[in-house]
Design a protein around this ligand. Sequence first.
Ligand code: CP
Ligand code: NVA
Length: 310
Amino acid sequence: MAVNMKGKSLISIHDLTEEEVWQIFDQTTALKLKVLSGEPHPVLKGKTLGMIFSKPSTRTRISFEVGIYQLGGIGMYFGPNDLQLNRGETISDTAKVLSRYLDGIMIRTFSHQDVIDLARYGSIPVINGLTDLLHPCQVLTDLYTIYEKRRKLKGLKLAYIGDGNNMAHSLLHGCAKVGMDVFISSPSGYTPDAQIIKNANKDAAYHGSKVVITQDPVEAVKDADIVYTDVWASMGQEKEAQERKVAFAKFQVNDELVKHAKPDYLFMHCLPAHRGEEVSAEVIDGPNSVVFDEAENRMHVQKAIMSLVM
Ligand code: CP
Ligand code: NVA
């Protein structure tokens, strides 16, 4: 039975029920088929999505903007210097004002709390387009892409090698929510947030699936169905890039490491990638890589989210 998600914000996968996750995927398939068959689908005709970006973006910005357009609505982009927010207007005043004009907000910013506050003080759905803590739209897309390729999620093993960052956190939430085993391998000092691991463990226990945090990339990748990585220095951490290169040197996803995965493993990366750092060119440009299918699916999944909540 369909769950009513109208008006709901999407801030963290942990806040979604498993039914809501599958509803997003069903809606994604329906909308993707419409694109592939060239059938117009203006289900958000006349609606406006505000898109607030305090950080750069290629995929998120373009996939949301094209996505809302295909749904019959319009997206308005606000860059880092466009709103009074950057001159000290509060999040709560901004949320209340934007709620009088717009039908939904997508926001990419640094502070996760700002996104929570925007949703709390506003009266329209807020979609998290990445914070320092989480990247839920990316991971919903990743799970959908895995489902497209494997026709199941439960029981698969995903190994994430690298920084315990926003991607690691949302992968923990997402894999645990759908019953996948998730292994995270990060160097000491760069492991994921303890509370997020705890929450993932709770959801994993419900499915009888596993959450494992290890410093050994080989243990993580062993017999994995999916090998995932992300940049060593995220947006906002540019100054730490040099020290991180040293700390993560043994955590590169390369031919040597992926030998331990299943032969038909999928390589995934949210992009942008740095070949020769977190991943070798052979792996990301090799036959197991599905990074561009992931990138494309951002649009289909986000259209599904917008059509369900706006
Ligand atoms: N993966 C992702 O969110 O890409 P952008 O930073 O280009 O939006
Ligand atoms: N961890 C990366 C993800 C980019 C999509 C960052 O926050 O920069």
